[in-house]
Design a protein around this ligand. Structure first.
Ligand SMILES: *Cc1c(COP(=O)(O)O)cnc(C)c1O
Length: 388
């Protein structure tokens, strides 16, 4: 083993803000207004995010998951509707439609970007389909121009799961604004993570924003307590977290840039191994984000063991497609297959990626991967598994 150990998750997520966080806990607790949710700081955070994105509205809420559910409801998704989602991704993609009584319809993914394949999604559209929910995955945005065209062609609503892609831009349009609405998650490990639960719905449609605002606080309009206009949720945003996020916002651009620099360095060091049982994310910066760096390895378990032996902690997600979970299998057609999602789930390995990684740690991680590939008895090509 060379060098230090490299943990997968940053062990010091908020260390640099320690003093400020302590001060803000005190300031919030002793504020004469005694306002702990949906106050002036939440509003200020929403306005700053809306300005920086060029969005009509940003609605801070309790989590990315509840943001997805509320945005789907605001888009008119109702019980019995079908919502096309990727077969590979995180649970809320399936559970958000189900929370509304709608049915998730799983579409296969692109073999390289691992995001929902527009052609496969189109093949699954039926007269009951109401909405499409492409999701950006790890470091690569979904093919949003094609999803926008697909939604128009079939008269469908388009919600963009941009929970992992805050700060990413595709052809000049930020992640979150390609869809009629998008969501961000601020849970600790996300690119604008914070010490707790929270998220936001972003939209260029003020009317959608108004509906989500009503939904997040029991159907009450702001300044109109105990008047419930619609059945809503408790998905409110903490004032303490809003203060912390306002403090962290000016540093976000630098942290995102550091993440992207690490993505590019991994790409430079690992791309030459292509065709030897390893596939890396596509090159370039457009439509890319620095959330998680995921490679596809034909010999995944051996690679995981080899990385650990070198002091590098990898992480395997997602180990199985959504319709292969007990929770969601009942909603998938019997006998259906998602060959590319299944193949990816069997090969995905994610490498450490966070702003606090040193250049030396990045080199150490890449060297451990390279050493594994070069020593692997399987190194002589299995091109059928690695070319798109
Ligand atoms: C994290 C995540 C969510 C959910 O966000 P939470 O804030 O954890 O509820 C939704 N979709 C994707 C793709 C995510 O990565």
């Amino acid at each position: 083993m060379t060098g230090s150990t490299v943990p997968f998750f940053s062990p010091r997520l908020f260390e640099e803000d320690r003093e400020t966080v302590l001060r803000l806990v005190h300031a919030t607790g002793t504020d004469p207004g005694q306002r702990f949710i949906l106050g002036a700081h939440t509003r200020a955070l929403e306005e700053r995010l809306a300005e920086s994105l060029g969005a009509a509205d940003v609605v801070a809420c309790g989590s990315g998951t509840s943001g997805l559910t509320m945005a789907l409801a605001a888009l008119g998704v109702r019980a019995g509707d079908e919502v096309v989602v990727p077969a590979l991704g995180c649970a809320p993609l399936a559970s958000a439609p189900l929370a509304l009584g709608a049915v998730p319809v799983f579409a296969d993914v692109d073999p390289v970007t691992l995001t929902m394949d527009p052609a496969d999604a189109e093949a699954r559209i039926t007269p009951r389909t109401r909405a499409l929910v492409p999701a950006h995955l790890f470091s690569t945005m979904a093919d949003m121009p094609r999803f926008v065209a697909l939604a128009r062609r079939h008269g469908l609503r388009l919600l963009e799961d941009s929970a992992v892609a805050q700060g990413a831009v595709l052809r000049g349009t930020p992640a979150g604004l390609w869809g009629e609405a998008g969501v961000f998650s601020f849970v600790q490990v996300k690119t604008f993570g914070m010490p707790g639960e929270g998220g936001a719905v972003v939209t260029s449609d003020p009317e959608l924003g108004r509906r989500v605002r009503l939904a997040r606080n029991h159907g009450q309009a702001e300044g109109e307590r105990f008047t419930h206009r619609v059945v809503g949720h408790n998905s409110r945003f903490d004032e303490l977290q809003a203060r912390i996020q306002l403090h962290r916002l000016p540093g976000l651009a630098d942290r995102l840039a550091r993440r992207m620099a690490i993505v590019e360095r991994y790409g430079e060091l690992l791309a030459p191994l292509a065709g030897r049982g390893l596939l890396v994310p596509p090159p370039g910066r457009d439509g890319r984000c620095g959330y998680v760096y995921t490679v596809l390895a034909d010999e995944r378990e051996a690679l995981v063991q080899a990385l650990r032996a070198e002091g590098v902690e990898p992480h395997v997600y997602y180990p199985r497609p959504l319709p292969r979970h007990a929770a969601f299998a009942p909603y998938a057609p019997r006998g259906a297959r998602w060959p590319r999602a299944e193949s990816a789930a069997a090969r995905m390995v994610s490498l450490p990626l966070y702003p606090g990684l040193t250049d030396a740690q990045v080199e150490q991680v890449a060297a451990a991967v390279r050493q594994f590939v070069e020593r692997s008895p399987l190194a002589p090509r299995r091109p059928e598994a690695t070319t798109p």
